[in-house]
Design a protein. Structure first.
Length: 465
């Protein structure tokens, strides 16, 4: 018996608690139940052990079912605290271990991955160094901004918590959406993009970044904000282009996980045809939210095609006054049928557009009209983009990589527009907006000269579509 009268189970369950150090299961924070310990059995089990072993196994299985395993890692040198797995700086990721550091450029960001099932997770990082000051920015998966410029003095350590969504291509019926070759290898069905693999990957960057520990806890009870859209919304892998979808994560408390399913070149028609929408619907639970932003590519009826090589624009083009609105209505109906709250967002203004009409105004107006007709939340990002361009004056061009796509600064401001729109719409989701959020598109902050976010290398070439 353990002190306090708790039973000690003399069992060895090989690999059951991986990737933790063998011998311990860590219960979620705040769980008052005693952990179950596993120890090597005696050389000659007693009759009592043989008699009660099946019961002990059943008890242990029930404990695992009732309390999800959490993963706790101490990064770098030093003795790991109880319940933590020590990970040396030389520990490269492997499937066998289930955790480790990923390759990265010399002097660049530090990448750490842990193998986890699909789902939502609360991640707590400890940042700081005993011997030096540090400034650390944390991103997840494909450049999703989680923590911005966390400064620590020598000997200071801080803990910060955020939510991360991890997904794989599989639907509950075993089928898969039709993803691009830069997302999943069609021959092997192995994920190419970190947005679709079976790992939770963290990126630590900045001036002397200092990740000291990582704790990962399953959190399926979290509200999920699903995002659908195109290249102006997707998790862009290259540093030259950054969307609002990978910046908006910065502005939510750990009660909300963001699942960005947007992809370059997409349209309402294409998103359904490729079964990306089916994957979103398959993942929704009542109480979740779904952002629907299309129009940039739906507006194209000539010129370079973005998705299909046969140049058949009937598969992608959606006239603003008819098909585009019909498809939006269907998307809203589908989301509501799963118990989610839809949020219709208009496509943003392009570079140089400082007054209406904008190049995408017919689709922006159509999106807002459908939202009014159906009585659902709406964010007029097109109008906000015009306001930003006008307010920034000559500096407005510094938001953009090209006519349509944004750099990190522009994606950051666009994300703040989205969060402001959620607040203005009076959605319950607004209660989970970060306490330090504030924004006014007429007086945008930060200004270009004040924006400080460490660049990160591209994870693959970003196709500007």
């Amino acid at each position: 018996m353990e002190p306090g009268g708790r039973p000690r189970w003399h069992l060895l369950l090989e690999g059951r608690a991986r990737p933790l150090a063998l011998g311990q299961v860590v219960l979620p924070a705040g769980d008052s139940r005693a952990p179950v310990f596993f120890r090597a059995p005696c050389d000659k089990p007693s009759p009592m052990t043989r008699l009660f072993l099946p019961l002990a196994l059943a008890f242990t299985s029930a404990a695992f079912a009732a309390a999800p395993i959490s993963w706790k890692f101490q990064l770098g040198a030093g003795l790991a605290p109880a319940g933590f797995t020590a990970v040396s700086a030389q520990a490269a990721y492997s499937d066998a271990a289930g955790y480790g550091f990923e390759p990265g450029p010399a002097g660049g960001p530090v990448y750490f991955s842990a193998k986890v099932p699909e789902g939502n997770y609360r991640v707590t990082v400890t940042l700081g160094r005993a011997d030096a000051a540090a400034v650390t920015t944390v991103k997840a998966e494909v450049r999703r901004l989680m923590l911005e410029q966390v400064a620590t003095a020598p000997g200071q350590f801080v803990r910060r918590t955020f939510a991360v969504n991890v997904r794989t291509p599989r639907l509950s019926d075993g089928s898969e959406p039709r993803l691009d070759s830069h997302e999943v290898d069609a021959a092997t069905h192995q994920a190419v993009s970190r947005d679709w693999d079976d790992k939770l990957t963290l990126e630590f960057s900045g001036e002397n970044p200092a990740p000291a520990a990582v704790e990962i806890e399953p959190a399926e009870h979290l509200t999920t904000l699903f995002i659908t859209g195109d290249s102006t919304v997707t998790d862009q892998p290259g540093n030259s282009v950054t969307s609002w979808g990978q910046m908006v994560t910065r502005w939510f408390k750990p009660e909300v996980a963001v699942a960005n399913h947007a992809e370059s070149g997409e349209t309402l028609k294409g998103f359904r045809r490729e079964r990306r929408w089916a994957k979103v619907l398959d993942s929704i639970r009542p109480g979740d939210y779904v952002v629907i932003e299309f129009g940039t590519n739906d507006s194209k009826d000539r010129g370079p095609q973005n998705i299909y090589p046969n140049q058949d624009f009937s598969e992608t083009y959606a006239p603003a006054a008819t098909t585009y609105q019909e498809l939006l209505r269907q998307f809203v109906k589908d989301a509501q049928g799963r118990g989610a709250t839809p949020i219709i967002v208009s496509p943003s203004a392009r570079r140089g557009e400082t007054a209406p009409p904008t190049s995408l105004e017919p689709w922006a107006d159509a999106a807002m009209a459908v939202a009014r007709e159906l009585g659902v939340a709406a964010i007029n990002l097109n109008a906000m983009g015009v306001e930003l361009n006008r307010a920034l004056g000559p500096g407005a061009a510094k938001q953009f990589n090209d006519r349509t796509h944004h750099v990190a600064y522009g994606g950051y401001l666009q994300a703040k527009c989205i969060v402001l729109g959620i607040r203005r719409a009076g959605l319950p989701l607004a209660a989970a907006i970060a306490d330090d959020f504030s924004f006014d598109p007429a007086h945008p902050a930060p200004l270009p000269a004040d924006f400080r976010l460490p660049p990160d290398p591209g994870l693959r070439r970003a196709a500007a579509r």
